[in-house]
Write a protein that binds this ligand. Structure first.
Ligand SMILES: [Zn+2]
Length: 360
């Protein structure tokens, strides 16, 4: 396959980073020294694909320590922003999902998140993990909710996707799964079955897997704006409060926009691929009915400013960036979030496997 597109000049990037660390004397000079540039052959003549593999591995080695040093936060340091833009450069190589460095980055990031999820008890607020595309896990003191978690086959590469046992463990640590709509970057029947086999509800719009056995085990809540419905969680002996907004992707695809109100009174709204203008009839009024703590929108949704005002959340965490199965023109970059989501609400931009602890 011809992986000829991306050639973000590595040397220029390193110069930029060295320049920032000089401007900011107390800061990153040790980090720059710690960057590991992989060994290279004497030359790459006639081997452009191998060069791009090497470049991608080098850039990801630069990104990793920066993300560790500067985790997701509202007031982002410039170093973290540059790391996010470097990720865009790596992920906008058309061959990205087929490069072992990108596959390893995805696997390592999610396994690190899984490790955190296995170890973390939340005593206040909500801890939020962002996985691939719009995969999100939210934990409070009493429950753990999953949204649109998949293995990542939508990337177009089996080797990029997560091993089933990673998802088995994730589903052990979650109490239920919401799936916004049927597209495979959001809906993964193997993952849904893992939840169902553990007696944990999977909530979807009515059309997903229609005619298949899985469909009979799915919970189909009414798609009704603003109205709180109770969803029984047998494993937790509690009724979870949920609003399922009747969203759409384009005119025809049913897309559940789900607002979960946790037993602690925190609320999180995950929009899936919401993108129909007519739905502003209810989006404009969400905040009149419910307090939204955290909004997790698809970064490319229709009219981000109007959406943000409709939900009026305390915090926005855009998602769906860098879906590697999309062509370059619809593989939204993290960098676009800085402009498209330049709205008068707090926002945090996160990559795969990162987490943020939200408190009011
Ligand atoms: Zn999508």
């Amino acid at each position: 396959m011809g992986h000829k597109k991306n050639s973000f000049p590595l040397l220029a990037v390193i110069c930029m980073l060295v320049a920032t660390s000089c401007n900011n004397k107390t800061d990153t000079s040790e980090d720059v020294a710690a960057f590991i540039i992989p060994e290279a052959p004497a030359n790459f003549f006639g081997k452009p694909d191998e060069y791009l593999d090497w470049q991608s591995a080098s850039l990801l080695n630069i990104v990793r320590p920066i993300l560790l040093k500067y985790p997701p936060q509202v007031d982002e340091p410039k170093d973290r922003q540059m790391a996010m833009v470097l990720l865009d450069a790596v992920f906008h190589d058309e061959g990205a999902p087929h490069r072992s460095s990108v596959q390893n980055f995805h696997h390592q990031q999610i396994v690190t998140a899984l490790d955190e999820i296995e170890r973390t008890e939340v005593s206040s607020g909500m801890k939020i993990w962002k996985l691939y595309d719009m995969g999100i896990i939210v934990r409070t003191k009493s429950i753990t909710v999953a949204f649109d978690v998949t293995r990542g086959y939508s990337s177009g590469s089996e080797d990029f996707a997560l091993a089933d046992d990673v998802l088995q463990k994730l589903s052990d640590h979650c109490d239920l799964l919401f799936i916004s709509h049927y597209h495979r970057d959001h809906a993964d029947e193997v993952v849904a079955r893992m939840f169902l086999d553990r007696g944990k509800p999977v909530v979807t719009p009515p059309d997903i897997w229609a005619g298949k056995e899985t469909h009979d085990s799915i919970t189909h809540l009414e798609r009704k704006a603003h109205e709180i419905q109770k969803l029984r969680l047998d494993n937790k002996q509690l009724d979870l409060e949920v609003v399922v907004y009747p969203g759409h992707q384009g005119a025809d695809i049913l897309n559940n926009v789900v607002l979960v109100i946790t037993p602690e009174g925190y609320s999180v709204c995950h929009t899936g691929d919401q993108s129909l203008g007519d739905d502003f009839s209810w989006i404009d009024k969400v905040a009149e009915h419910h307090k939204v703590d955290v909004l997790i929108p698809n970064c490319w949704t229709t009219d981000p400013l109007r959406s943000a005002k409709g939900y009026a959340p305390n915090l926005i965490i855009p998602a769906h960036e860098n879906e590697l199965g999309h062509t370059i023109d619809h593989r939204e970059a993290y960098a676009l979030d800085y402009s498209r989501w330049d709205v008068p609400f707090n926002k945090i931009i996160m990559t795969w496997g990162e987490s943020f602890h939200y408190n009011r």
